[in-house]
Design a protein around this ligand. Structure first.
Ligand SMILES: [Cu+2]
Length: 70
């Protein structure tokens, strides 16, 4: 099992959290997504390392931006 944590900017409420969670969950290989709204950290759990670009694209699709890894 692998976890990667990303710093995501622009999330302000529970709706943002659901939107990001929903999109990132759809990235192939992802088994769990945990969003901490206060810190803007998104922790992605997967069986094998996930394509960073796919996570960035999913966050972008939700309407937010990955500022970097956290
Ligand atoms: Cu929101």
């Amino acid at each position: 099992m692998t976890t990667a944590t990303y710093a995501v900017t622009g999330m302000t409420c529970g709706h943002c959290v659901s939107a990001v969670t929903e999109e990132v969950t759809q990235v192939p290989g992802v088994t769990a997504v945990d969003v901490d709204l206060a810190s803007g950290r998104v922790t992605v759990t997967s069986d094998a390392p996930v394509d960073d670009d796919a996570v960035h694209a999913a966050v972008d699709e939700a309407g937010y931006e990955v500022a970097g890894t956290a």
